[in-house]
Design a protein around this ligand. Sequence first.
Ligand code: PHE
Length: 341
Amino acid sequence: MREQLAKIREEAIAKLSQVSSSAELEELRVKYLGKKGEITAILKQMGGLPAEERPKMGQLANEVRAVIEDKLTSARRELDEKALELRLRAEALDVTVPGKAPKMGHRHPMYIALDEMKEIFIGMGFTVLDGPEVELAELNFDRLNADEGHPSRDWSDTFYFDEQSRVMLRSQTSPMQVRAMDSMELPIRIIAPGRVYRKDEVDATHSPMFHQVEGMVIDKGVTMADLKGTLNTAVQQLYGEGTKTRFRPHHFPFTEPSCEMDVQCHKCGGVGCPTCKGEGWIELLGAGMIHPHVLEMAGIDPNVWSGWAFGFGLERLAMRRFRIDDLRLIFENDVRFLEQF
Ligand code: PHE
């Protein structure tokens, strides 16, 4: 029995020093100390020993049990420590790992061009106005001298909301002239950028929605020379010093006289190329002296005050500024396109 106990002790110590899992540890605990375990078996045999042997053997068996218990406890502690260490390592947070850069949005090239434009006109004392895209036909047409029957009022050109053709998506930013005249003190210097809508099919140069920038000045003694001077100054800043412009007679119902302004083609320098369709010039905007009747309708005395206005397409400006050759690219918002600017 003494030898048996010594063997158990030796074997238990060896096995317990090699445990690698809780399950294994539990197995060993049952094997030695369980109800049907080896130590228990020895204790049960104790009854068959001579009376004087019993206490000694009992003591020895208890010693071995204590040693095994001790070993079990320390093996358990080691396993726990190992598990904790593993968990800590798995959950470790490396604060030195560089963060993921957030994806930043990108300014649209058309708004870059618009901001440049605003900058120039604000520098010349203009105020930037914002106005509604859903507009009264009265302001889009009547107050701008385009009477009933004017071709641009046709249903085939304009998006109306009602049978009576009173409410519409504005077809130009020019109603902002009227809104400014109705709401601001004279003199007035404004630009008004925004969306306009016309029933056009989409192609490389047309879209049913596009942007215009309206400009208007009303003051005493304002002439066509001011119009040309201001627009020429803006063009020099936008397209570079020395850019040539040309003014051609035109017609708009709300300006008299009216004109269109062209800039010399940036691609060929005026010789003629595909960009300017062989013209040497590219049409940039419509403009003119505000019609006296338009001033009168706004309660402004045309004998005291005079003014000029212009309107141009913002997409075209941006396309020329960034050499974009298809209008559709401006609206598709493909990031691969937008990221180039
Ligand atoms: N509203 C005109 C257009 O859409 C442009 C324009 C504005 C012309 C102001 C003269 C004065 O074509």
